[in-house]
Design a protein around this ligand. Structure first.
Ligand code: TYM
Length: 342
């Protein structure tokens, strides 16, 4: 069984915790806008309930949620064509998550690498929510019968779990009710690495701000971070295969390719054999040219949070209209007494 029998619908989410960075932009936001522009039905969610699986200061969460919404809008997401909303406004997510808590197995969740990374050495002290996080993520996706989930590489395991939950539910109840969604992990921007260490992903939780480019960084900061990005002393190799054992060089080439919408081969044709002292300033210019307008637009949008809240409220109403009948039907399949499915 695949998602093929279900009409295409795209869903994805981003946590409103900390700053948006280049990895979020290239791995997610830029690709979200591309999916919307292809005319597929798209839903994008600020997953505030996921964010609180670790401590969030309430004022920071409120600001981060609105700033994330501004980041979506500034990246080209159009609230008329995509449904943009924050998760906590649509109760169906948590209701379906409970059902999936009862479908998913402890062993499945214990294998999740993100839990192990985030819980660290003291897993006993992690919240129960952090452990159950992927079941809520499955609910996010399946509450809309979404068929395609654009994400960065790091979310692959969670989508695999979502697929297993969909299959187990369908099998347990002998129905073909939930689609088995496809992760969409395509292009050169799905695994943007730290600027300080090419083996570590760029992340909002890295202690070093020099490791990432934030969407709110100004032009000088972006240029400085790229200039100081770790590299090796060799010039760029003449072909893409020469990047294999050079993680920092590979990362900068991938970032260039993703920003310029070029293949890695095309970048190598232009830059192969040339030194980083020439490549880095061009990369910095490209990053500033693309990210500058986004950060300016985010700052402008943040001046009118009432409008952002209105957009999220409207998106939540439209999201609920899709999710509510799917939840009702789920309950019905499971034998919960309630209003009949229409
Ligand atoms: P989050 O908030 O950590 O990241 C949001 C998106 O950005 C991508 N990303 C990256 N892509 C490339 N390189 C990087 N260094 C990088 N860092 C982050 C992530 O892969 C993601 O696509 N669990 C999810 C949020 C979520 C979700 C969902 C996603 C909740 N429910 C349902 C899809 C569908 C998360 O923590 O992403």
């Amino acid at each position: 069984m695949t998602g093929a029998a279900f009409p295409p619908r795209v869903f994805s989410g981003i946590q409103p915790s900390g700053n948006l960075h280049l990895g979020n932009y290239l791995g997610a936001l830029k690709r979200f806008a591309e999916a919307q522009d292809r005319g597929v039905e798209t839903l994008y969610c600020m997953v505030d309930l996921h964010a609180v699986t670790v401590w969030q200061d309430p004022a920071d969460l409120r600001r981060a949620t609105r700033e994330l919404a501004a980041g979506f809008l500034a990246s080209g997401l159009d609230p008329a064509r995509s449904i943009l909303f924050n998760q906590s406004q649509v109760a169906e997510h948590t209701q379906l998550a409970w059902v999936f808590n009862c479908v998913a197995r402890m062993g499945w969740l214990q294998r999740m690498t993100q839990f192990k990374d985030k819980a660290g050495k003291n897993a006993q002290n992690a919240s129960l929510g952090l452990f159950a996080y992927p079941a809520l993520m499955a609910a996010d996706i399946l509450a809309y019968h979404a068929t395609h989930v654009p994400v960065g590489e790091d979310q692959k395991q969670h989508i695999e779990l979502t697929r297993n939950i969909a299959i187990k539910f369908n099998t347990d109840f002998a129905v073909d009710f939930f689609p088995v969604p496809e992760p969409v992990i395509e292009g050169t921007g799905t695994r943007v690495m730290s600027l300080r260490d090419g083996e570590k992903k760029m992340s909002k939780s890295d202690v070093s701000d020099m490791s990432r480019i934030n969407l709110t960084d100004d032009a000088d900061t972006i240029a400085r971070k790229i200039r100081r990005a770790k590299t090796d002393p060799e010039p760029l190799p003449s072909e893409a295969k020469g990047l294999k054992d050079r993680p920092e060089a590979r990362n900068l080439v991938n970032i260039y390719a993703a920003l310029a919408d070029l293949s890695v081969d095309a970048v190598m044709q232009e830059w192969g054999g040339r030194p980083f002292s020439e490549f880095k300033p061009q990369l910095a210019d490209l990053a500033v040219e693309q990210l500058g307008p986004i950060s300016a637009e985010m700052a402008r949008l943040m001046q009118d949070v009432t409008e952002i809240d209105r957009i999220l409220g409207d998106g939540a109403d439209r999201a609920r209209a899709i999710a509510a009948p799917i939840l009702r039907r789920t309950y019905d399949i499971m034998g919960m007494v309630g209003p009949r499915e229409v």
